[in-house]
Design a protein. Structure first.
Length: 337
């Protein structure tokens, strides 16, 4: 980890982390240790044009310190997790399907005009990876592979303490790494992406199919009030904790899929650490050792089990912390040694 990153930004200063979704904006005041001191959620206006979208972001930021001029004076930067595709170097939102109000919109520059502080943007997984390196489970590691597993699978790669964006800024789409060319078609159009196999909706679909085909009794079905189409991955996780055999079978299959995927990551990147976050990761946390134990089956790297597999520090607030980390990195570089 670089010296600049370990120093942090000046004591007492705050950074605003912003996490923009299609329907909501989460904002938080984050201190030099990555603690979220205050947070809020406000609506996002994504379909009424670029000005309305920008106004929603400004209103969300203002809501954080309304009436508190002392906090406002402590703000030293704003970091934004924005929907992609985007250009992190220019701060331009390119063409996000979930936020159609912005097309080639210079979000960083426009927000910077309003507040007069540095503004940086990136996608949520890249930013969350950086937050884990600066303040979380990745602290002390230079080369990190981070994945958030929930409704989808997003990933971020950190080399030498910095986000690896690749030549065009599009690197790190690890959730769309295919591990089965005959597998189910992913929303991205490719067959057998790990997202289409092991994200929350994929686990739910496999559970529904297994319940329909086997006729076995399971606590999963009890949690869904007997309605197979209502089964969710969260129900699978709850049933597993209660000792349900079918739930265990489903999660061990998920573990095997993730083990194959992570073995590819290890053989390609040989990172210092693997960090997993997100709602599904929380459900799978008791099985992390099982994932590590299976890596040698699939890895060429004979030392794959030396790589720690850790749960992320930040859960639902990863976007806020990640946004703040984007700006914290830039501010840290301006702090005298």
């Amino acid at each position: 980890m670089s010296t600049a990153m370990t120093q942090g930004h000046p004591e007492g200063h705050l950074i605003i982390g912003v996490d923009i979704g299609g329907t909501k904006i989460a904002t938080g005041l984050v201190d030099s240790e990555g603690e979220i001191k205050k947070q809020a959620r406000t609506p996002m206006v994504s379909d009424l044009g670029p000005a309305a979208g920008l106004a929603a972001v400004v209103a969300a930021i203002d809501h954080l310190y309304a009436g508190d001029s002392e906090k406002q004076n402590l703000i030293r930067g704003i970091g934004i997790c924005a929907p992609g595709p985007l250009d992190p170097k220019t701060g331009v939102i390119v063409n996000p399907p979930n936020v159609p109000c912005w097309r080639n919109f210079p979000l960083a520059a426009e927000v910077g005009k309003v507040y007069g502080v540095p503004v940086r943007i990136d996608n949520d997984a890249n930013a969350a990876a950086l937050a884990e390196v600066q303040w979380g489970a990745g602290r002390g590691y230079g080369n990190v592979f981070y994945a958030t597993i929930g409704t989808g699978i997003g990933t971020g790669i950190i080399f030498g303490g910095r986000i690896y964006h690749g030549r065009t800024g599009a690197a790190g789409e690890g959730g769309h790494m295919s591990i089965d060319y005959r597998g189910p078609r992913c929303g991205c159009g490719k067959p057998g992406c790990i997202e289409a196999l092991a994200a929350g909706p994929a686990i739910a679909k496999r559970a529904q199919a297994m319940l329909a085909a086997s006729g076995r009794h399971s606590l999963i079905l009890d949690l869904a009030d007997g309605k197979i189409p209502d089964v969710t991955s969260e129900m699978v996780g709850r049933a597993y904790l209660d000792g349900d055999a079918l739930a265990k079978e489903l999660l061990l299959e998920t573990v095997d899929l993730l083990s194959v995927w992570l073995s590819n990551v290890v053989d390609m990147l040989d990172p210092d650490v693997l960090i997993i976050g997100g709602g599904v990761a929380a459900m799978l946390c008791p099985l992390f050792d099982e994932i590590r134990n299976r890596l040698p089956r699939y890895c060429i790297n004979s030392r794959c089990q030396e790589i720690p597999l850790l749960r992320a520090r930040y859960g639902a607030d990863a976007g806020i912390a990640g946004g703040a980390a984007l700006c914290s990195e830039e501010l840290a570089q301006s702090v005298p040694a």
